[in-house]
Write a protein that binds this ligand. Sequence first.
Ligand SMILES: [Zn+2]
Length: 202
Amino acid sequence: MYDGIVQDLIDEFGRLPGIGPKSAQRIAFHILQTQSFDVSHLATLLTEVRERVRFCEVCGNITEQTRCSICSDPRRDATLICVVEEPKDVVAIERTRQFRGLYHVLGGAISPIDGIGPDDLSIPALMRRIGEATGEEQIREVIIATDPNLEGEATAAYLSRLLTSIEVPVSRLASGLPVGGDLEFADEVTLGRAFEGRRVVE
Ligand SMILES: [Zn+2]
């Protein structure tokens, strides 16, 4: 334990995801001891990211505008929607360059243990979005790309049932993704193949 504010800083870093007590201590001392480390720049970024970044009104991805760069790109195919859990999954799929449609970010996955049900995610918004897309914009395919773990599978199964019941074509990524992991941790080649080999849900 350190005195006062130093320990407060270590504790605060330790509350961040993926940072254990040792890393928290290392980061705190790096900031303390490295003269060239621009503390005020980091402080400004932390404040501004909260003020400026919001969620796209269409897909839920992060953006500094009302609509994200993908939703406002006229070259993207608006009749294809890829459903993912988090904004970081959008980045992972974009890296594969396999997909030219739009996304829908759920904001998590169904998890009864954590008390997260369909209505806690942006599933109602997805259904509205699909319902409102008529004529030339009618959705041709919804690709479900939730994480290959228990919660992701439960979410995919729920969505598949919901979408096939209103006769929207649904597909899911092919297997081959590391089970139990996060989509973002799959390498580009594996994720790209899973995308190419996606299969229709009957
Ligand atoms: Zn968007």
